[in-house]
Write a protein that binds this ligand. Structure first.
Ligand code: C5P
Length: 221
């Protein structure tokens, strides 16, 4: 079984994907990692994140082990890494260079320890539209920018990071605009995706509702 979860930043895709992968014993591919890896590679090399040739080269050279290595860097998940990822992700040649690596995972899904899995959960922006157009279940998880900013702001606070809600909201809006308006694979639900606005639900409620959807779909198949 392949499940795809697409949607904007901080909509709760990662939390949901993690819970689904545990419940249904599926491998998990957080596809934002490939773009974060390429963006961070450029930052670490001192190259511009707008340099399309350098970004394409870094994307062509990216391997799974290299991505895992880069993911240990302090800026992989920081604002620096997030911005670099969203800038390189808007470059069509970068997306093309990273497509096969993402698609190959669905043919041979593996858990983090390298053991084989019978299927996978993907999370990203185009996993139901471009990466796995034949996925068994496609979800598009969203929430208002204000709700997503509030969730992220609370995460920052819990980590003791000093950021204002207004700054977090501005960053979310900036990332949404870049993801939605780029020419290559703009963020949008697949025609056959189930769209779920999580603005008024907790993560546990979202998980419960999505499990119901999956079980209903599995019965029909
Ligand atoms: O999901 P995450 O915040 O880690 O993604 C980082 C950036 O990578 C996103 O803002 C988006 O621009 C890009 N991305 C993408 N397509 C995906 C996953 C992520 O364009 N499938």
């Amino acid at each position: 079984m392949i499940i795809t979860i697409d949607g904007p930043a901080s909509a709760g895709k990662g939390t949901l994907a993690g819970s689904l992968s545990k419940k249904y014993n599926l491998a998990y591919f957080d596809t934002g990692m490939v773009y974060r890896a390429v963006g961070l590679e450029l930052v670490l090399r001192g190259q511009s994140i707008e340099d399309e040739k350098a970004a394409e080269k870094a994307a062509l050279e990216l391997t799974f082990p290299k991505m895992m290595e880069l993911s240990k860097h302090k800026d992989f998940r920081s604002d620096v890494g997030g911005k670099a990822a969203s800038v390189v992700a808007a470059q069509p040649k970068v997306r093309q260079a990273l497509l096969k690596m993402q698609q190959d995972f669905s043919k041979n899904p593996v858990f983090a320890d390298g053991t084989k899995a019978s299927g996978a959960v993907y999370d990203g922006r185009d996993t139901g539209t471009v990466v796995c157009p034949n996925a068994d279940i496609k979800l598009f998880i969203t929430a208002s920018p204000e709700v997503r900013a509030k969730r992220r702001f609370l995460e920052y606070q819990a980590k003791g990071m000093n950021k204002s809600y207004e700054d977090v909201l501005a960053q979310i809006r900036e990332r949404d605009a870049r993801d939605e308006n780029r020419a290559a694979a703009p963020l949008k639900p697949a025609a056959d995706a189930i769209i779920f606005d999580t603005s008024s639900y907790s993560a546990a409620e979202v998980f419960e509702k999505v499990c119901e959807i999956i079980e209903k779909t599995a019965k029909k198949a």
